[in-house]
Ligand binder design. Structure first.
Ligand code: URA
Length: 263
C-alpha cells in the first residue's frame, strides 16, 4: 500500500467480482462447495461480456469474472497447480505492466495448510527485493501482531497479497492490475483453504468482500469469501502512521482469537 493511504476514504474501487458480494452470507461458518457457485460464476462470465474496457476506471470499476488478458495462462490452468507450481508460474507472469519493473515476484509464504491467512495489497520495496511478503517495516509490525497478539508464528499462518508485483512508488493497486493478478490469490486461497482470512487494509478488503466502500464500513461487518470468513482490519503500514488505531486492530482480531480458539 502507499504509506500515505488514509485507509478510511471511499475512493478507488478494487472490485474483484460483484457476485462475491452476494456470496457474503449472513453469518459465518457456512462453507459452500465450489460446485454450488458454478451458476454464479457462469453469470459473472456473462457480466464481463457486458463490461467494456472503458468501464475499468479507478472509481466503481467492475472487474467481474477477473478474466486474464489474451495470451496469458487461462484461469483454469491454476486449478491444476499446487502452490509451488503456481509460484513458478507467477515468477514468469506478464499479465500486466508491473512485470517490467519488478526485481522479484512475491507469491506468498507460510504454512500451505494454515488455519489463518493474511492478505495485504501488494509488495513494497523490501518485499520486491527479497521476493517475500511483509518483510519490511509493515512486516515487522505484522510479526509482532502475530507473536504478541495472536501467539502465532509467521510460519504457522499463510501470508499473501492481492498483487504479486510491486507497483511503482508502492502506490495502491490499480483495478486492471487486480483484474490480472486476482486469480492467483483466489487460487491460493482455495489451495490453502484457511478457516479464516484477515484482510489487511482497504485494497485487500475490497477485493475479498467485493464491496467498494470504506475500510471503516468494511471493518464493521462480517464477510465471507467463497465460504471462508473474512475479518477486515487496518494495514500495518497504516498502524505505523497512526499507532492509536492499534486498539481498533486488536478489537478486530478478537473474533479471530475466539473463532480459532487461540486464547
Ligand atoms: N504491504 C503489503 O500490503 N504487502 C506486503 O507484502 C508488504 C507491505
Amino acid at each position: 500500500m502507499s504509506e500515505s493511504d488514509p485507509q478510511n476514504g471511499t475512493d478507488s474501487s478494487l472490485m474483484f467480482d460483484p457476485a462475491l458480494h452476494d456470496r457474503a452470507l449472513a453469518g459465518w461458518g457456512i462453507r459452500r462447495r465450489r460446485g454450488d457457485l458454478a451458476q454464479e460464476e457462469k453469470n459473472s462470465e456473462e457480466n464481463i461480456l457486458l463490461n467494456s474496457p472503458e468501464d475499468s476506471t479507478l472509481k466503481g470499476a467492475s472487474t467481474a469474472g477477473c478474466a486474464p488478458p489474451e495470451g496469458n495462462p487461462p484461469v483454469d490452468v491454476l486449478e491444476n497447480l499446487d502452490l509451488d507450481s503456481m509460484a513458478r508460474l507467477v515468477a514468469s507472469c506478464e499479465r500486466c505492466g508491473l512485470c517490467q519493473h519488478r526485481q522479484n515476484t512475491v507469491f506468498g509464504t507460510g504454512n500451505p495448510s494454515a488455519r489463518l491467512m493474511f492478505v495485504g495489497d501488494s509488495p513494497g520495496e523490501e518485499e520486491d527485493l527479497q521476493g517475500l511478503p511483509f518483510v519490511g517495516r509493515s512486516g515487522q509490525l505484522l510479526d509482532r501482531i502475530l507473536s504478541q497478539g495472536l501467539k502465532l508464528t509467521r510460519d504457522s499462518v499463510y501470508i499473501a497479497n492481492v498483487l504479486k508485483c510491486r507497483p511503482p512508488e508502492s502506490r495502491d493497486p490499480l483495478p486492471e492490475e487486480v483484474l490480472s493478478c486476482g486469480s492467483y490469490l483466489d487460487a491460493q486461497i482455495e489451495r490453502v483453504n484457511p478457516e479464516m482470512i484477515v484482510a489487511l487494509g482497504k485494497p485487500a478488503a475490497q477485493f475479498l468482500t467485493g464491496e467498494a466502500t470504506s475500510l471503516k464500513r468494511l471493518r464493521e461487518r462480517k464477510h465471507v469469501y467463497k465460504g471462508v470468513p473474512v475479518v477486515v482490519t487496518h494495514h500495518p503500514a497504516f498502524l505505523l502512521q497512526q499507532p492509536q488505531a492499534k486498539a481498533e486492530c486488536w478489537q478486530d482480531l478478537q473474533v479471530v482469537i475466539e473463532t480459532l480458539g487461540l486464547k
